[in-house]
Design a protein around this ligand. Structure first.
Ligand code: SF4
Ligand code: SF4
Length: 161
């Protein structure tokens, strides 16, 4: 699917998530499916929660026990392949990287978009954080229905009143 259409299957996406009980607390979800020479996610994590090893081409492996959901790796991944998620079983809160301007504003409602680029629901903007170092990437905190937790990929501007 990834090779033919450019987006992963639901099984591939779900394989990046831990059990639902683990994401009662915020955890990074790494959707990095292909071996590429890249490692800033690993080197930037203040808690050594992401392992790549000596071969920089290896796919990153996360230790959910070490991950605090701080979001540093979300800023540092050049592929925008990491998001932080937390869910109470009804509403899922994501921290996603966002690089288009204008940035969303807190409390706006935007479209929730899946990995294929389709609208799958609404996303409430809970917060927008601009990093000091990576100031061209915003960390946008959005709240979506837990039912779309494995489908949700990003947001698209469509401000609902
Ligand atoms: S969210 Fe923070 S603790 Fe978790 S892997 Fe990313 S940088 Fe490390
Ligand atoms: S920084 Fe991003 S693209 Fe690079 S290895 Fe880590 S997750 Fe993959």
């Amino acid at each position: 699917m990834l090779e033919k259409k450019g987006f992963p299957t639901k099984e591939q996406i779900q394989s990046c998530f831990p059990e639902k009980t683990v994401i009662l607390n915020p955890k990074a979800i790494i959707e990095c499916y292909e071996k590429i020479p890249c490692n800033p996610c690993s080197t930037s994590c203040p808690f050594n929660a992401i392992y790549i090893g000596d071969d920089i081409n290896q796919i990153p492996v996360i230790d959910f026990n070490k991950c605090t959901g701080c979001g540093v790796c979300v800023f540092s991944c050049p592929g925008l392949a990491i998001k932080v998620v937390q869910t109470d079983g009804k509403k899922a809160t994501f921290k996603i990287p966002y690089e288009f301007i204008p940035y969303p504003k807190k409390n706006e409602i935007w479209n929730a978009i899946d990995h294929a680029g389709e609208v799958i629901g609404k996303a409430k903007i809970a917060n927008v954080i601009i990093g000091k170092k990576q100031n061209k990437t915003a960390l946008v905190e959005v709240i979506v229905d837990d039912k779309i937790i494995y489908d949700f990929a990003t947001i698209r501007r469509q401000v609902y009143e």
